[in-house]
Design a protein around this ligand. Structure first.
Ligand code: PA5
Length: 456
C-alpha cells in the first residue's frame, strides 16, 4: 500500500527501451540478475536478524531516542548560541545532510527567535584558518561542543578536541566542562575499540552517547551521531523514525521490482558492470538535498570501492559517485554529462512540491521575449529545468534513475537516506565486497601519524 508521503523510484529511463541496449538495462539482464538479488535480500535479512549490521534497526531504538531527547532538553535550558560538532566522514556528513534538508536556508544567519535552536558549525576538517575562525565566532561560554568519533582515535577530531578543551578550560575558569562538551563514541565494551574519548568523558564527567558496535560511521546517521545534534536543532525525530519504518517495510519486500533499494542497486550495478557506467551522479533539483548528495558520495565510495572481494580475490570494484545540483550544474556539468564519455548513470532527485511558491513577477514589460517567464512560478521553472535535463540526457542515450520526494520533510528525508543505506548494502553483495569496512584509508592515516612523531 502506498501513502502520499512515499518517495518514488522510476527506472524507466535507465532501461534499454529508453536509451538503447548499449546504455540501458535489458529485460533479459534484469531477469538474469533477479534470483541473485533475491538471494542477497534473504542473506542480508538473516545477517540483520543475527545483529551483524545495526543500521537497519537504529530507528527502532526507543531508549536511544529517549536518551538523546532528554539530554537535548537538558542542554537546551542553557540557551547556547552555538552547537559545534567535531567529527569527520560518517561522524559529520549525515548531520550536515539533515541540517540542509530540514532547517531553513541560511539558518546560522537567522536571528535567535527565527531559528529552532543554536547555530550549527560542523567542523569536519583541520584547516587552521577555518577552525580559528569558528573559535572566534563561538565564544566557549555560549557554545556546546559535541565531539563525535566512533573509533575515538581519529587524529583530525582529537586534535580539534584538544584545542577546544584548552579554550574551554581557559574561558570557564573552573566551571564544569560538562555543561559545554558532549561525547559520542563507541560503547565501553571488550570488543569495542579503546576510544580515547572514554578517559576524556571520565575526567570531566561528560555526557557520553554510545554508537552501537555493529553500526559503521557512514551508516550511523540515525544513531546518536546524527540524532543528538538533530534533537538540539529541534528536528522532528519522530517523523524521521516513521520515515525509516515506512522505507524499511518497502526495502524488506522480497521483490526486485517493488523493493526500491534492491531495484536501484540492481540497476546501478548492471549499468556499471555491463554498460560501462563507472560513475554515479547524484543530482537533486532542490538546494535542501545538496548535502544528501555529499553524504551519498561517501556512502557509495567508501562502501563499494574495494580492491579485494569477499572471496579474497582482487576485484577493484566500485562506481565513482559524483555530486551535482540542479539547476546550478546545468550550467557547469551538463555539457560533459551529455556529450562527454557515456560512462555515467544519473540519479535525478526531484521534490514534487516545494515548501513555498515563489511567483516570477509580471514585470519588465518593455523587455521582449520574457512572456514565458512572466507570472509563472520559480517552482514551475525548476520542474521544467528538471524535465528538460532528463529529456536531453535521454536524447543522448544517458541512463537516468528518477527519484521523487512528494515534499521535503523529516519523513521523506529519512526515507531517502534509509533507502540509500539499504541499497548500498545490497550493492556491496552484488559486487561481492565487504560493504562495511574501509581498509584503504588506513595506510594514509598510519603514515601521517608517523610523520607527526607517533607510533605506526
Ligand atoms: O564510515 C566510516 O567508518 C568513516 O568514514 C568514519 O566515519 C570516519 O573515518 C571517522 O571515523 P571516527 O568516527 O572513528 O572518527
Amino acid at each position: 500500500m502506498t501513502t502520499p508521503l512515499d518517495i518514488k523510484v522510476n527506472v524507466a529511463r535507465a532501461k534499454a527501451a529508453a536509451v538503447g541496449a548499449a546504455h540501458g538495462v535489458t529485460p533479459a539482464e534484469l531477469a538474469e540478475l533477479e534470483p541473485r538479488a533475491l538471494e542477497i535480500l534473504s542473506l542480508l535479512r538473516g545477517e540483520r536478524a543475527a545483529a551483524k549490521y545495526g543500521f537497519y534497526d537504529l530507528y527502532k531504538d526507543d531508549a536511544a531516542f529517549a536518551g538523546v531527547k532528554e539530554k537535548a532538553a537538558h542542554f537546551a535550558k542553557f540557551g547556547y548560541e552555538n552547537l559545534v560538532v567535531l567529527g569527520i566522514g560518517g561522524s559529520a556528513l549525515g548531520l550536515t545532510a539533515l541540517q540542509t534538508a530540514l532547517n531553513p536556508p541560511y539558518y546560522n544567519l537567522l536571528s535567535r527567535g527565527k531559528r529552532r535552536g543554536p547555530r550549527l558549525f560542523v567542523m569536519d576538517n583541520i584547516d587552521p584558518v577555518t577552525f580559528k575562525a569558528m573559535l572566534r565566532l563561538c565564544p566557549p561560554k555560549k557554545t556546546l561542543y559535541n565531539v563525535i568519533s566512533k573509533s575515538g582515535g581519529t587524529a583530525e577530531t582529537i586534535s580539534q578536541l584538544m584545542i577546544v578543551v584548552d579554550q574551554l578550560e581557559k574561558a570557564l575558569k573552573g566551571a564544569p566542562l560538562a555543561d559545554h562538551l558532549v561525547v559520542t563514541t563507541s560503547p565501553r565494551h571488550p570488543d569495542a575499540p579503546k576510544s580515547l574519548l572514554h578517559p576524556v568523558a571520565d575526567t570531566y564527567g561528560l555526557v557520553s552517547f554510545p554508537i552501537p558496535l555493529n553500526v559503521g560511521g557512514r551508516f550511523s546517521v540515525f544513531s546518536p551521531v546524527g540524532m543528538f545534534p538533530a534533537a538540539m536543532l529541534n528536528m522532528d525525530l519522530d517523523a524521521m523514525r516513521e520515515g525509516c519504518a515506512a522505507m524499511d517495510a518497502r526495502c524488506s519486500l522480497a521483490s526486485l521490482e517493488e523493493n526500491p533499494a534492491c531495484l536501484r542497486a540492481a540497476f546501478q550495478y548492471l549499468l556499471d558492470t555491463r554498460k560501462g557506467k563507472t560513475m554515479s551522479v547524484m543530482m537533486p533539483y532542490a538546494d535542501g538535498l545538496r548535502d544528501v548528495a555529499d553524504w551519498y558520495r561517501q556512502l557509495w565510495a567508501e562502501s563499494l570501492g574495494k580492491r579485494f572481494g569477499l572471496d579474497g580475490g582482487e576485484v577493484f570494484a566500485g562506481q565513482t559517485p559524483i555530486k551535482a545540483l540542479g539547476a546550478t550544474d546545468q550550467h557547469s556539468q551538463v555539457q560533459l554529462y551529455r556529450e562527454g564519455p557515456n560512462n555515467k548513470v544519473f540519479n535525478i532527485i526531484e521534490v514534487a512540491k516545494f515548501g513555498t511558491t515563489l511567483k516570477i513577477a509580471d514585470t519588465l514589460p518593455d523587455v521582449p521575449g520574457l512572456g514565458y517567464l512572466r507570472g509563472k512560478s520559480m517552482n514551475r521553472l525548476m520542474a521544467a529545468e528538471l524535465r528538460g535535463t532528463m529529456d536531453a540526457l535521454k536524447a543522448s542515450a544517458r541512463p537516468v534513475i528518477h527519484v521523487t520526494l512528494p515534499v521535503l520533510n523529516a519523513h521523506t528525508a529519512a526515507q531517502l537516506l534509509y533507502m540509500l543505506e539499504v541499497e548500498t548494502a545490497v550493492a556491496g553483495r552484488l559486487y561481492g565486497v565487504n560493504t562495511f569496512d574501509q581498509p584503504g584509508v588506513e595506510e594514509g592515516k598510519i603514515i601521517a601519524r608517523r610523520l607527526m612523531g607517533g607510533e605506526g
